[in-house]
Design a protein around this ligand. Structure first.
Ligand code: PLP
Length: 432
């Protein structure tokens, strides 16, 4: 795959201004094929919209690498890779999914704090599969379903006890958490969980962690997940029509590099599932995985302009027009950014702080970063920000415009849009 050149990014920057996100659909296809190749054929792929809810990206993941009908596809059967389904957590993500062509039946609605109004919105639009994170969350889903005369098919998200297999900076389970139902409470809770009006428990959802670089660790984590599910099915009667074993597929964020390779994972998962859940090949249970960053991380570039270069007491500050309002607002939580952003193709000629335009010392993309010589008017490119870029940033902070987002395929610009935050009358919104 030819990666887009800095010249191409400069050209786009001249046309649309900076800061600018460029998403390359050919690179998106690469990520899609990589995940499809990494897990066995019969496993469903859910795209986690939180990584990037841009409907045109999500549409490409639904149509399969190679596009609808498979034209130009190089990897998947019939020219198109296995289509993704949608893992969504808000009305906005649901709207994006529907705009992108996903049917409501292809959506799995997740999240620990689903409100009555968002549940009614989702059920009203036809969503029927929900991951529930507690008995009370299940009751909320049931109440909304009953109000709309529906039955919600629910996966119990399980917070398994025990030791971890994979090393990752982002572990969500196996400790006290707002996510999932503690596995040790399931024997007592199961009779309650299976008798909530408006709901039917049909399976389990495990999402234990994100970003596992080490393949052996990831395989170990999936094995523990499958064993947990089987044990809960046998011991407490956990239904297993649909088993979502989660994810953890790793991809670099805001630094150069390639997504992790998992050459053994598909065969190992087949072995694990054949051994413990032999009906899985016939869809009993239907097994699913979820991913955000592995699918879309590598397709995105942030193109930013240098506004100023300033020396202060022996330290150099390169001031960009993109800060934490544009990239990595969640860095404040120590959650997403690496220690420092690194630029694409930058020959190291100096060390400096890379900062944004916001009036807060927190607006830093990296301290003591290796940079080329830079001057106002130059354009720099941050790679691997297709996931957790715009959607994970402090878009409203300091009221600067959101960046333009451009989708390209080859030399063609497929779409160019910009999110806008608009203040509206609250009474009007409530009346809608
Ligand atoms: C339930 C769930 N699914 C999927 C994801 C996506 O994770 P990633 O982008 O690391 O694949 C997350 C991330 O927090 C999550 O919480």
């Amino acid at each position: 795959m030819n990666r887009p050149t800095t010249d191409r990014h400069r050209e786009l920057a001249a046309r649309y201004g900076t800061p600018l996100y460029v998403y390359d659909l050919d690179l998106l296809d690469e990520g899609h094929r990589a995940l499809a190749d990494a897990v066995p054929e019969g496993i469903e792929l859910y795209y986690a919209f939180k990584a990037n809810p841009h409907p045109a990206l999500a549409r490409a993941l639904r149509e399969g690498a190679g596009g609808a009908g498979g034209a130009g596809g190089a990897g998947g059967a019939g020219g198109g890779t296995r289509p993704c389904r949608a893992e969504i957590s808000s009305p906005g993500e649901l709207d994006s999914a529907l705009t992108a062509g996903y049917t409501a039946a292809e959506c799995l609605y997740t999240g620990p704090g689903k409100t009555a109004s968002e549940l009614e919105y989702a059920i009203g639009r036809g969503v029927r599969i929900f991951s529930v994170e507690s008995y009370t969350d299940l009751q909320h889903v049931g109440r909304a379903a009953l109000r709309l005369g529906a039955v919600a098919r629910c996966l119990l998200r399980v917070n398994s006890a025990g030791t971890k297999a994979a090393n990752t900076g982002i572990r969500m389970m196996g400790k006290p958490s707002q996510f999932g139902i503690d596995s040790e409470t399931l024997p007592e809770l199961m009779p309650l969980l299976t008798s909530v009006p408006g709901t039917e428990v049909v399976g389990a959802h495990f999402f234990t962690m994100s970003n596992a670089v080490d393949e052996a660790g990831l395989i170990g984590e999936f094995e523990r997940t499958v064993l947990s599910a089987v044990q809960l099915a046998e011991e407490v009667g956990l239904p297993l029509e649909l088993l979502d074993i989660g994810g953890g597929f790793s991809s670099p964020y805001a630094v150069p590099g390639e997504r992790a390779a998992y050459p053994k994972l598909a065969a190992e998962l087949e072995r694990i599932l054949d051994l413990h859940l032999p009906g899985w090949r016939a869809g009993a249970p239907q097994v699913a995985v979820e991913s955000g960053r592995y699918l879309v991380g590598g397709c995105g570039f942030l193109v930013s302009g240098v506004v100023n270069v300033k020396d202060s007491r022996g330290n150099r500050f390169v001031i960009l027009d993109a800060g934490i309002n544009t990239l990595g607002g969640l860095s404040g939580l120590g959650r997403l950014l690496p220690a420092a952003v690194q630029l694409d193709g930058a020959e190291p000629e100096q060390r400096a702080s890379l900062v944004g335009p916001l009036c807060t010392p927190g607006d830093s993309l990296g301290r003591d970063v290796q940079l080329p010589e830079l001057a106002p008017g130059d354009v720099v490119v941050v790679p691997n920000v297709g996931a957790y870029g715009v959607s994970a940033s402090l878009l409203g902070f300091l009221s600067r415009p959101a960046p333009v987002e451009v989708l390209v395929r080859g030399d063609e610009v497929v779409s160019a849009t910009r999110l806008e935050l608009v203040r509206t009358d609250a009474a009007e919104v409530a009346a809608r």
